[in-house]
Design a protein around this ligand. Sequence first.
Ligand code: HEC
Ligand code: HEC
Ligand code: HEC
Ligand code: HEC
Ligand code: HEC
Length: 219
Amino acid sequence: MAQIFHPSTNTISRVSIYGAVFIIALGGYVAYRVNQASYFTDINEARQQPVPFSHKHHAAELGIDCRYCHTSVETSSFAGIPPTHTCMSCHSQIWVKSEMLEPVRESYATDKSIEWVRVNAVPDFVYFDHSIHVNKGIGCTTCHGPIGEMPITWRAHTLYMRWCIDCHKHPERYVRRREDVFKASYAPPSDQLALGRKLVKEYHIKSPREITDCYTCHR
Ligand code: HEC
Ligand code: HEC
Ligand code: HEC
Ligand code: HEC
Ligand code: HEC
């Protein structure tokens, strides 16, 4: 096929596309930061919740799988927060008199959701998807910290752009076997780099060049 555009047009359009992404993202970012200024100061600090729900207790000690409560984490962009009836499947029978569980019983009786306080979030102009990470061997605790040790949930990482990109450049440092993805506690093996390089091939993880492109996360 005849070449319609001079090759330099490519460069020009790429520069202007990236320029547009940059301006849209920057505008969104300023608005976001202004809106949520106080929200961003609290990495590694537990958030006050309407019910003192403990991952340490439920996920690590009782061994309930993440997917029992975060049902869509493997199949959609959102992990999902469990509805009250998930709690009541146990708490209608056990700990039924607990005062701490009063808001759970009330939510169930009135059919009004518990208003959990959000712990992790990225701005609206960032595209994030749980299912792709989970299916390619990135474990929950890599991004969310030692969730099995949290009596109250806190945010373990900034979730800033350079944090995302650090892994998109070097996934071999973090990737684990799929069967280990949902573990509430996990320590990488001493031969992580060898395992990581092997899994990057086995799971067909895209090249750093592809997944550091602006359009991966800003679409
Ligand atoms: C018995 C139900 C249950 C199980 C099992 C469970 N969670 Fe949760 N999870 C919750 C509830 C309820 C919340 C909301 C309250 C909070 O943030 O602690 C939550 C919140 C979270 C959050 C923070 C959400 C936000 O607002 O950013 C993360 C991260 C999380 N869970 C990860 C996990 C991981 C990883 C596992 C498995 C190792 C797991 N959870 C197992 C019920 C559960
Ligand atoms: C698979 C069963 C199961 C599910 C599902 C479950 N829990 Fe529990 N939960 C327990 C058990 C067992 C205990 C208490 C055991 C103990 O302290 O020894 C407990 C304890 C608690 C306590 C502490 C109560 C107290 O007075 O010490 C709270 C709060 C709680 N759960 C909240 C929740 C919430 C909120 C949900 C839903 C997101 C939930 N649980 C889902 C089994 C469950
Ligand atoms: C690659 C990093 C990464 C991995 C791996 C990851 N998460 Fe998340 N998680 C995030 C980010 C980023 C957010 C904020 C998303 C947003 O604002 O849209 C989040 C938000 C959440 C939330 C809040 C509700 C929601 O869906 O936004 C829950 C619950 C959660 N994660 C649970 C899990 C569980 C369970 C796993 C493992 C099965 C897991 N996450 C694996 C980065 C990750
Ligand atoms: C610990 C490693 C890790 C972290 C941290 C991480 N990612 Fe990823 N991400 C991956 C891997 C691995 C893939 C899979 C690439 C593939 O499709 O083969 C991926 C894929 C993606 C994809 C889909 C890319 C595509 O086109 O297939 C998006 C979107 C994405 N990540 C966004 C984010 C954002 C936004 C953050 C930060 C909030 C983030 N990621 C943090 C490892 C990570
Ligand atoms: C792997 C995901 C990812 C990729 C690739 C990515 N970004 Fe981002 N970007 C983010 C996240 C997450 C934020 C929000 C950070 C925060 O909350 O402060 C962000 C924020 C921004 C901001 C707001 C200011 C800032 O630095 O926080 C700009 C501007 C931006 N990105 C431009 C770009 C451009 C241009 C590219 C391509 C060279 C790019 N991004 C590639 C994830 C990504």
